[in-house]
Design a protein around this ligand. Structure first.
Ligand code: PMP
Length: 297
């Protein structure tokens, strides 16, 4: 049986959770959403960095001028309730705040603000253990066109263009540059490279401030791995020793090829493996220091 969906304060059967065709967010791409994984641990089921995700959700919706009747605390409790009621031990939670039924004016002010939480059984986001990526001909969104710190559904049209192009060309995923031509991020992932044992990732500004990105930076620093948040070109990335994506869906996904160039020796790199193992321990509750990142249902 499909899990119940939390919709405006109530758990609703999957098949009954429907919205009106005039919903503003469907027409204009203006919804705020999150992706949050939950994992099985010795102490029970835990949502990874739930409060940080909910903070970003509320911030994204307020940036859109969309004020939900549910505050951060309500949404945290709703997330836990939805996961608990699903009966699943691990999976993916999708909270979304969106404008409902409308008269289709672009100003949106005739629309009610809705909130929902959906649970899905997600294993892997990218189907391969290690991926080949195409540097996209599409540019990542310009920070003067949209606030890049927000996670807004409409932004994903840019992601989808890049994915369609990459798949058409035989790649697993795309890699986008920012408006200055620096490496930015994947369609749904942040991007890291390793060069001479230094971990490098584009600074905040032209990318989504990923929760997984932040977690990997913290874990790397903790383990005496040098980290630099700085700009580099896609051409530099192709000469890296290692490369990987991070994201709630992608977790840590090694990149073994960019365009025609093999990364390192074309196999999963040493630091990528090490960080993956550190991350696994954290999400499965085996690292006491980072128990603070686990929100038990
Ligand atoms: N960049 C983009 C464009 C994304 O959609 C995502 C997925 N939310 C990420 C980066 C990674 O963010 P997080 O680690 O918070 O999931």
């Amino acid at each position: 049986m499909k899990p119940k969906i939390w919709f405006n304060g109530k758990l609703v059967d999957w098949k009954d959770c429907n919205i009106h065709i005039t919903s503003y967010s469907l027409h204009y791409g203006a919804a705020a959403f999150e992706g949050i994984r939950f994992y099985e641990t010795a102490k029970g089921i835990a949502l990874f960095r739930l409060k940080d995700h909910i903070k970003r959700l509320v911030k994204s919706s307020e940036i859109l001028g969309m004020y939900s009747r549910y505050n951060e605390n309500d949404l945290v409790n709703a997330a836990k309730l939805t996961v608990k009621s699903s009966g699943m031990n691990s999976g993916y939670l999708r909270p979304i705040v969106f404008y409902g039924e409308s008269e289709l004016y672009v100003h949106a002010k005739d629309s009610p603000v809705n909130a929902a939480m959906i649970v899905l059984p997600w294993k892997k986001y990218l189907k391969n253990n290690a991926v080949k990526v195409m540097s996209s001909s599409y540019m990542r969104l310009h920070p003067k066109s949209v606030p890049m710190e927000a996670k807004i559904s409409g932004y994903y049209a840019n992601s989808l263009f890049a994915i369609i192009e990459a798949r058409k060309n035989g790649f697993d995923e795309a890699l986008l540059a920012d408006y200055k031509g620096n490496a930015a991020e994947g369609p749904a992932e942040n991007f890291f490279i390793v060069k001479n044992n230094v971990l490098m990732t584009p600074p905040l500004g032209n990318i989504l401030p990923g929760v997984t990105r932040d977690s990997i930076i913290a874990l790397a620093k903790d383990n005496k791995i040098r980290v630099q948040e700085k700009n580099f070109r896609l051409e530099d990335a192709k000469k890296a020793d290692e490369a990987f994506f991070t994201g709630t869906g992608a977790e840590i996904t090694p990149i073994i090829q960019i365009d025609k160039e093999k990364i390192g020796n074309g196999k999963i790199g040493y630091l990528t493996k090490k960080l993956t193992s550190l991350f696994r321990d954290v999400v499965s509750g085996k690292n006491k220091k980072y128990d603070k990142w686990l929100e038990y249902v």
